[in-house]
Design a protein around this ligand. Structure first.
Ligand code: NAG
Ligand code: NAG
Ligand code: NAG
Ligand code: NAG
Ligand code: NAG
Ligand code: NAG
Ligand code: NAG
Ligand code: NAG
Length: 903
C-alpha cells in the first residue's frame, strides 16, 4: 500500500505529472486513478494552485480545487473513480455528509476520512457494506450518532484488518456477533463512544483475531471480563477511562503476545503485587508499555519481580502505593520512562536503582517522600530529558549528578530540601532546559551575569535565597518567578524577553525605576510588589500609527515600593486589567476620571497608603465589576457620589464552596468555554478586622470597601445597603456626618464594619443587630446618641464597650450609662437584594488557589502529540500529566489553546 503524503500544491503537480507519464518511485508506481490523498491547503498554496491550474488543461479533471477544502462536502464524483484503491481524506477539511456514492468504489482497500476539527457525518452507512475489498477503514470523528446498526454493516467487510470508529458518537454496541466475518480484523479502535453497558457483553470479544484493541473511554462498566482471556492474539490493549473495578482476571495469563497494557483511570483498588502476579508470564519479556496511572493500585511494589526485560514505559503515578522503590526497577535496562509521581512511596533511591537504566529519559517521582541519596561523584548512566522530583528529598547539598544531565528539557527540583549555594555548572547545565523549577528550597548565590542565551521558556526560582541583580532574561522566556528571594539592584533596562507573559518579582530588594512595560505584548500577570522601586511607572510612547496600543495586562501589583508620581497613565492601555494594586507607595495627584472608561474589567483596586487627593471621580462607579475598592490612607476629599451603589461587584455574593477544587478533567468540556480564567499571585494582603491578613486564592471571594483615613465629608449614602456582598466596610477616620443609614442592616455578609472617628449623629439603627456575620464593629468617636440596640450578634462581639466609646450621647448596655426609653421595636429583616446574577464575572469561577507560573511550566509537559477526544479530554499523556502536576484550570486553558494550535 502506498502511503504518500503531499500537500495540496504537490498533489496538483503530482497528478499533472502522473497524467502525462507514469511516474515511478523506486519499485512502486503510482496510478492517479488509484490514489487520492488530500492534505490541508494553506492559503498561499491555494492561490499558487489556482494559478497553476489556470495555466493548463485539467488532465483527468482530477486537479483538486482548494475550494473543496474550505468546509465543503466530499465531492460525489469521487464515487465514480472506480479503480480507486487508496483514498485518504483524513487531513482535508471536508465537512457535511459523506456521499453514499463512495460505496461504488468497489476496489477501495484503504479509506480514511474525518478529523477532530471538521463536522463530517453520515446518517446511513449501508454504502460501506459495498466496499467489499476494504482492508483499512478509519472514520474516527465522523458523527454517526444516528446510526444504530453499525456493527452488522461493518461485519460485511470480510477483508477488514483495521477499523477505527473512535469518537463517532456511537451509542449502541451489540452483545455478540452470530457469525463473524471479521476474521482478519487486527486493529479495532472504538474509543470515546458512549456505549454505557457492561463490559463483558460485547461483540468485539468474539473477534479473537484482534491484536490491537482500544475501548478506552467508552462508558463500559463492571469487573474485568473473563472474555479477555480468549484474546490470545492481543498485543496492545487499552481499557482506560471506563468504569471498571477490581483486579484483572487470572486468565489474562493467556495473553502471550501482550506488549502494551494501558489501564488508566480505572478503579482496581487492590494490591500492585497481586496485579503483577496476574500479568502473563509468557509475554513478560515482550511487555513494552505498562501504563497504570490513577488506577487506585495499593500496597507496596513487590521486593522481587521476574524481569520485564523489554519494558520501556512504566507509569504507576497517582496511585496509592506505599513503601520503598525496589531494586529490580534498576534491572529494567530498556526503560525510557519511569513515572511514579503522586504516590506515598518512601525510602531511599540510590545509585543501585539507576546503575543499569541506561536508556532512561524521563524520571518522575514528584510528590513522594523518596530520598535520592547518591555519592557526589556519581555519574549517571542515563541522560534524562525530563526530571520531575518535586517534594522528594535531594538536599541539603546541591545534587551533583545533575551536572552530567545536559539534555534536560524539563527540570523540577522544587521543594527538595536543598540548602546550598547554586554551583556554577548549574547555569551551564540548565542553559538548554526549557522549564526550570527550583522553587521552595534554600538555594543561595547569584544568578548568572546574563541569561540571554538560555533556552528557558519558564523559570521558577521563587522562595530561595538568591541574591544579586537580575540579569538579561532568556529570549524565549514566557514565565518568570523570582519572588521571595534576596535579589537586589535595578531591573535590567531591557529584559530581553519579548514574549514574557508572567513576571513575578515580589518580595525582593530590587531598587531603581520600573522600565517600560509597554514592549511586552503578552504580559498579563505582573507582581513587583514588596521591593524598593522608585520613580514613576513609565508611560507608553506608542507611535500613533501603530495599530496595537493595547496591552494584555490583567493583573498588576506594584504595592509596597516607593513609587512616586501620578496614577500611572500607561494603564490607559490596559483594557483587560482586572486587578490593580499600587498600595503603600508615594503616588499622588487626583484619581483619573478615565478609570471608568479605560479599565472596564477592573475588579480589584487597591490604592491604600498613598497621597492621592481630590474627589472620588463619579466615573469610578462605571466599574460594575469592582468588588474591592481600597482607598484608605490617602487625602481623598469631597463626598461619596450617590452612584456608589452601582458597584454590582459588591452585590453578588461569593461563597467558599466546591468551586475552588481542581475541576474534574473528565467532567465536561463545557468548562473550557470560559476563556476568561485568571490567576493571581499568592501575594495579596487585606486589612480587615483591624489586622492585615495574607489572602491567596480566596481573594476572589473578598468584597471590600475601605475608604478609611481620608477627608471624605457628607452623608453615607442611604443605598449603601444595596452592596449586600460586602464583607468589609471601613469608613473610619473621615468626616462623614448625618445618620448611620438604616439600610446598613441589609449588609448580611459584612464581617467587619468600622464607622469610627467620623461625625455621625443620631441613633444607632436597630437594623445593625441583624448583621449575623458581624465579628468586628467599631462606632467609636462619633456623635451617636440614644440607646444601643440589643441583638444577639451585637452582644457577642468581644470588644464591647470600646465599640461605642467617644459617643457621649449613647446609653444602655454594654455601657454603664442607662437610658429611660422604652424598648424599641425589633428589626424586621428585609428581603435580600436580588442575588441571582449568576455570571457576574469570571472570577466567580474561582480557581481557589494560585499557581504562579506553574501555568506555564505545565505546558511543557504536554509536548507529545495531542489527542483530544470527543466529550471528554482524553489523552494518555494528558491523564498522566494531570496526575504528575496538579493541573489547574489555567493549564486547561493552555491545553485548549495548545490543542488548537497543534491542529
Ligand atoms: C519515494 O517514496 C518514498 C517512500 O514512500 C519517499 O520517502 C520518497 O520521498 C519518494 N521519492 C520520490 C522521488 O517521490
Ligand atoms: C484511469 O481511469 C480511466 C477511466 O476509468 C481510464 O480510461 C484510464 O486509462 C485510467 N488511467 C490509468 C493510468 O489507469
Ligand atoms: C458476511 O459478509 C457477507 C458479504 O461479504 C454477507 O453476505 C454476510 O451476511 C456477512 N455475514 C454476517 C453474519 O453478517
Ligand atoms: C473462550 O473461548 C472458548 C472456545 O472458543 C469458549 O468456549 C469460551 O466460552 C470462551 N470464553 C469466554 C469467557 O468467552
Ligand atoms: C479508589 O478507591 C476508593 C475506595 O478505597 C474509592 O473511594 C475511590 O473512588 C476510588 N477511586 C477511583 C478513581 O475510582
Ligand atoms: C523487545 O522489543 C523490541 C522492540 O522494542 C522487539 O524488537 C523485540 O523483539 C522485543 N523482545 C521480545 C523478547 O519480545
Ligand atoms: C564516593 O565515591 C568515591 C569514588 O568513587 C569513593 O572513594 C567514596 O568512598 C564514595 N563515597 C561514599 C560515601 O560512598
Ligand atoms: C528561541 O526560540 C526559537 C524558535 O523556537 C529557536 O529557534 C531559538 O533557538 C530559541 N532560542 C534559544 C536561546 O533557545
Amino acid at each position: 500500500m502506498h502511503t504518500l503524503h503531499v500537500s495540496c500544491i504537490q498533489l496538483a503537480i503530482l497528478l499533472f505529472l502522473l497524467a502525462q507519464t507514469e511516474c515511478s518511485n523506486g519499485t512502486s508506481a503510482y496510478n492517479p486513478n488509484e490514489t487520492v490523498i488530500i492534505t490541508r491547503c494553506i492559503t498561499t498554496e491555494r492561490s499558487a494552485l489556482l494559478a497553476f491550474r489556470a495555466g493548463l488543461s485539467d488532465p483527468a479533471n482530477l486537479l483538486p480545487s482548494c475550494n473543496w477544502f474550505s468546509g465543503q462536502q466530499v465531492p460525489e464524483f469521487f464515487g465514480s473513480l472506480q479503480n480507486l484503491r487508496y483514498l485518504d481524506l483524513s487531513e482535508s477539511s471536508f465537512s457535511g455528509r459523506i456521499p453514499p456514492q463512495l460505496g461504488n468504489l468497489s476496489n477501495l482497500r484503504y479509506f480514511s476520512i474525518g478529523s477532530s476539527l471538521d463536522d463530517i457525518y453520515s446518517t446511513d452507512i449501508s454504502w460501506l457494506s459495498r466496499l467489499s475489498s476494504l482492508e483499512y477503514l478509519d472514520m474516527s470523528w465522523v458523527n454517526l450518532s444516528t446510526i444504530v446498526h453499525w456493527v452488522p454493516t461493518v461485519n460485511m467487510l470480510r477483508s477488514l484488518k483495521f477499523l477505527s470508529l473512535s469518537c463517532c458518537e456511537l451509542r449502541t454496541s451489540p452483545d455478540s456477533l452470530l457469525h463473524s466475518n471479521l476474521t482478519s480484523l487486527e486493529t479495532l479502535d472504538i474509543s470515546g463512544n458512549r456505549f454505557n453497558k457492561h463490559v463483558a457483553h460485547n461483540w468485539f470479544w468474539d473477534v479473537t483475531s484482534l491484536k490491537h484493541l482500544d475501548i478506552s473511554y467508552c462508558q463500559l462498566h463492571g469487573r474485568f471480563p473473563d472474555e479477555l482471556g480468549n484474546m490470545t492474539s492481543i498485543v496492545h490493549l487499552d481499557l482506560s477511562g471506563n468504569n471498571l473495578v477490581g483486579m484483572i482476571p487470572s486468565n489474562m495469563k493467556n495473553l502471550c503476545n501482550l506488549e502494551e497494557l494501558i489501564l488508566m483511570a480505572i478503579n482496581i483498588n487492590e494490591s500492585i503485587a497481586e496485579f503483577f502476579e496476574r500479568l502473563p508470564n509468557c509475554s513478560r519479556s515482550k511487555l513494552r508499555t505498562l501504563l497504570l496511572p490513577v488506577s487506585n493500585l495499593t500496597g507496596s511494589l513487590p521486593a522481587k519481580q521476574e524481569p520485564f526485560s523489554n519494558l520501556t514505559l512504566l507509569d504507576l503515578s497517582g496511585n496509592k502505593l506505599t513503601g520503598p522503590v525496589p531494586l529490580w526497577i534498576g534491572e529494567l535496562t530498556k526503560l525510557t520512562e519511569l513515572e511514579l509521581s503522586s504516590n506515598n512511596l518512601d525510602g531511599i533511591i540510590s545509585e543501585d536503582h539507576f546503575s543499569r537504566l541506561v536508556s532512561l529519559e524521563s524520571l518522575s517521582l514528584n510528590d513522594n517522600s523518596i530520598a535520592i541519596v547518591v555519592n557526589s561523584t556519581w555519574v549517571p548512566p542515563f541522560s534524562l530529558t525530563n526530571v520531575q522530583l518535586r517534594s522528594c528529598i535531594l538536599g541539603p547539598k546541591f545534587p551533583m549528578w545533575l551536572r552530567w544531565q545536559t539534555r534536560i528539557l524539563n527540570l523540577d527540583i522544587s521543594n527538595t530540601s536543598i540548602s546550598d549555594k547554586v554551583p556554577d555548572w548549574f547555569w551551564k547545565m540548565s542553559s538548554s532546559v526549557q522549564s526550570l523549577n527550583i522553587r521552595n528550597n534554600q538555594i543561595s548565590g547569584l544568578l548568572p551575569s546574563t541569561m540571554e542565551f538560555m533556552a528557558a521558556k519558564a523559570m521558577d526560582f521563587s522562595s530561595n535565597q538568591l541574591s544579586g541583580p537580575i540579569p538579561k532574561l532568556p529570549i524565549n522566556l514566557t514565565g518568570l518567578d523570582l519572588s521571595r528571594n534576596r535579589l537586589s539592584g535595578p531591573l535590567p533596562a531591557y529584559f530581553g524577553a519579548p514574549g514574557l507573559g508572567t513576571l513575578l518579582l515580589f518580595d525582593n530588594y530590587i531598587s531603581g525605576t520600573i522600565p517600560s512595560l509597554c514592549e511586552f505584548q503578552f504580559l498579563w500577570l505582573v507582581d513587583i510588589s514588596g521591593n524598593k522601586l522608585t520613580g514613576s511607572i513609565p508611560d507608553c510612547s506608542f507611535n500613533t500609527s501603530t495599530k496595537n496600543t493595547s496591552l494584555n495586562i490583567v493583573n498588576l501589583s506594584s504595592g509596597n515600593n516607593k513609587l512616586s508620581g501620578k496614577f500611572p497613565s500607561f494603564l490607559q492601555n490596559c483594557h483587560k486589567l482586572v486587578f490593580l494594586d499600587l498600595a503603600n507607595n508615594q503616588l499622588s495627584g487626583p484619581l483619573p476620571v478615565w478609570i471608568g472608561e479605560k479599565l472596564p474589567s477592573l475588579a480589584f483596586l487597591r490604592l491604600r497608603s498613598n497621597m492621592f487627593y481630590g474627589h472620588i471621580p463619579v466615573e469610578l462607579t462605571k466599574l460594575v465589576n469592582l468588588q474591592y475598592l481600597d482607598l484608605a490612607y490617602n487625602n481623598i476629599s469631597g463626598s461619596l457620589p450617590e452612584s456608589f451603589v452601582n458597584f454590582k461587584g459588591m452585590v453578588v455574593t461569593r461563597n467558599y464552596n466546591n468551586d475552588d477544587k481542581i475541576p474534574d478533567p473528565f467532567a465536561s468540556a463545557t468548562l473550557f468555554d470560559d476563556n476568561e480564567m485568571i490567576d493571581f499571585t499568592d501575594n495579596f494582603k487585606v486589612v480587615t478586622k483591624g489586622q492585615e491578613q495574607l489572602y491567596t486564592g480566596e481573594i476572589i471571594y473578598m468584597v471590600n470597601l475601605d475608604l478609611s483615613c481620608n477627608n471624605i465629608i457628607g452623608k453615607i449614602p442611604e443605598e449603601i445597603g444595596t452592596l449586600v456582598a460586602l464583607k468589609n466596610l471601613n469608613l473610619s477616620w473621615n468626616a462623614f456626618s448625618g445618620n448611620i443609614p438604616d439600610k446598613i442592616g441589609a449588609l448580611l455578609q459584612v464581617e467587619s464594619l468600622d464607622l469610627s472617628h467620623n461625625d455621625l449623629s443620631g441613633e444607632i439603627p436597630n437594623s445593625l443587630s441583624a448583621l449575623a456575620s458581624l465579628s468586628h464593629l467599631n462606632l467609636s468617636y462619633n456623635n451617636l446618641s440614644g440607646k444601643i440596640p440589643s441583638g444577639n450578634q451585637l452582644r457577642t462581639l468581644d470588644d464591647q464597650p470600646s465599640i461605642y466609646i467617644g459617643n457621649p450621647g449613647l446609653c444602655g448596655p454594654p455601657l454603664s450609662k442607662s437610658c429611660s426609653q422604652t424598648e424599641p421595636v425589633p428589626f424586621v429583616q428585609k428581603d435580600q437584594e436580588d442575588e441571582n446574577e449568576k455570571v457576574f464575572f469570571f472570577l466567580a469561577m474561582g480557581i481557589g488557589y494560585v499557581l504562579g507560573i506553574w501555568t506555564i511550566l505545565c505546558i511543557f509537559l504536554f509536548q507529545r502529540k495531542w489527542r483530544a477526544i470527543c466529550f471528554s479530554f482524553y489523552d494518555s499523556m494528558y491523564d498522566r500529566v494531570y496526575v504528575q502536576v496538579a493541573v489547574t484550570w489555567a493549564s486547561f486553558k493552555f491545553y485548549k489553546e495548545k490543542w488548537k494550535e497543534t491542529n
